[in-house]
Design a protein. Structure first.
Length: 85
């Protein structure tokens, strides 16, 4: 139910990626998992959710403009800023 509160039972410290972005992962008491990634927007470029308990769930997120209409590509801007230094 959307109005029920769900407790966070596990949370990672921020994981810094090589390009400076950070990602955090949280697991909740209802079995759900949440990923928090900065440097938005992102588009889902791959999702494999078979529903079989023995399989893995895979979700791939890519910065905008990689097969999407997202107007901002965080990675391109990050590289341009690095080159300008």
């Amino acid at each position: 139910m959307a109005d029920e509160t769900v407790d966070c039972v596990y949370a990672t410290d921020p994981i810094e990626l090589p390009d400076g972005r950070t990602v955090r992962i949280r697991a909740y008491s209802d079995g759900s998992v949440r990923f928090r990634l900065d440097g938005t927007p992102y588009v889902i470029t791959e999702a494999y959710l078979s529903g079989k308990p023995e399989d893995h769930a895979i979700v791939k997120l890519s910065p905008g403009k990689q097969g999407s209409a997202a107007a901002y590509n965080w990675m391109d801007e990050k590289l341009k800023a690095k080159e300008a230094k």
